[in-house]
Write a protein that binds this ligand. Structure first.
Ligand code: XMP
Length: 321
């Protein structure tokens, strides 16, 4: 029987053996897997690990701080943050097609990350690349399951063919719940370890229409309110995730304060799921829905309507794009 501490011990041992006195790079996404993989490698090789975090400007409120402050103070890891917000906004300007957005974000991400790798290689002999690959990822990519490609998934740190690094994948034998336990064992904060899934392309695929800085601000504000109220209601563990989607090209008439408004709707998409392959819409309590709706329409000027997505997956996917 594997205990969490024996998994940690064994992995730290293996990583030390693999890397020897070499140096490693790890891309952090803000998600659980890359954080736990990095924390394990940090345990094994200390400051010979450097983490790279790309701020693509499509993050939710507080996510950059969570990595820069909470993760760093829990692990003491070396972190390089790359502010690529302008670059992504420029590349996405005017693009409305979901697949095109995904491809642009994936492509820009790899370019930025590869540049960071080159910069690091120029100052030290970095031979290893840490990836938070889980057991289900291994099975899925080798399995040839023959399903249609519905969305091109962008995973932070997508691998080019001519990879110049040796991979370090300390989570390859673990399932998500084990990864969470390992994270806690390593002293990572709950905010990181219990984080709900969030797509690599971030808020870019939750704005229906073209992405720009102002729309991102609007969505970020609405999303933060929804998350605050769901957390306050103690619902974080009972829902899989709750995307908030801005219908940026839709307007409707409203009345707010003393006058007529012509604002945008946001959609709440709370779902329950085991593995995201299928999902049911979550029956959130009406009083929670009411608080979210009231706060968003009071506090986010551009939004005058909050609507609820009551579609299961299938037929609807979890994300709108
Ligand atoms: P869909 O929308 O396909 O989403 O029902 C299933 C789950 O995957 C997440 N998701 C992504 N995760 N990169 C990721 O790392 C992506 O490009 C991506 N697209 C969707 C989504 O949030 C849900 O949990």
């Amino acid at each position: 029987q594997w205990t969490t501490s024996s998994i940690v011990e064994e992995q730290v041992q293996r990583i030390s053996e693999q890397i020897g006195d070499g140096r490693a790079i790890c891309g952090l996404s803000g998600g659980v897997d890359s954080a736990v993989a990095a924390a394990l490698v940090q345990r094994a090789i200390g400051d010979r690990l450097t983490c790279v975090f790309v701020d693509h400007g499509l993050l939710r409120a507080g996510e950059r701080t969570q990595v820069e402050q909470d993760f760093v103070s829990a692990t003491g890891v070396n972190l390089v943050t790359i502010d690529a917000r302008e670059r992504f906004l420029d590349a996405l300007a005017g693009v409305t097609d979901p697949e095109q957005k995904r491809k642009i974000i994936g492509r820009e991400f790899i370019r930025v990350f590869e540049q960071a790798e080159r910069d690091l290689k120029a100052v030290g002999d970095y031979k290893f690349l840490v990836q938070g690959t889980l057991y289900p990822d291994v099975v899925e990519s080798g399995g040839g399951e023959g399903t249609a490609n519905i969305k091109s998934h962008h995973n932070v740190g997508g691998l080019p063919d001519d990879l110049e690094f040796e991979l370090v994948e300390p989570l390859r034998l673990l399932f998500k719940d084990e990864v969470r336990r390992v994270g806690l064992e390593l002293g990572l904060p709950e905010t990181i370890v219990q984080r709900q899934p969030f797509p690599g392309p971030g808020l870019g695929i939750r704005i229906i229409g073209a992405v720009d800085a102002e729309r991102l601000e609007t969505l970020r504000a609405a999303d933060l309110i929804a998350r605050e109220e769901l957390t306050a209601a103690g619902l974080d563990r009972s829902i899989w995730q709750c995307p908030v989607v801005l219908l940026a090209d839709v307007r409707s008439v409203g009345v707010q304060g003393d006058g007529r408004t012509y604002g945008h709707p946001v959609v709440l998409r709370p779902v329950s799921s085991e593995d995201a392959m299928t999902a049911d819409w979550t029956r959130l309590p009406y009083d929670v829905l009411e608080r979210i709706s009231t706060r968003i329409t009071n506090e986010v000027a551009e939004v005058n309507r909050v609507v609820l997505d009551v579609t299961s997956k299938p037929p609807g996917t979890i994300e709108w794009e």
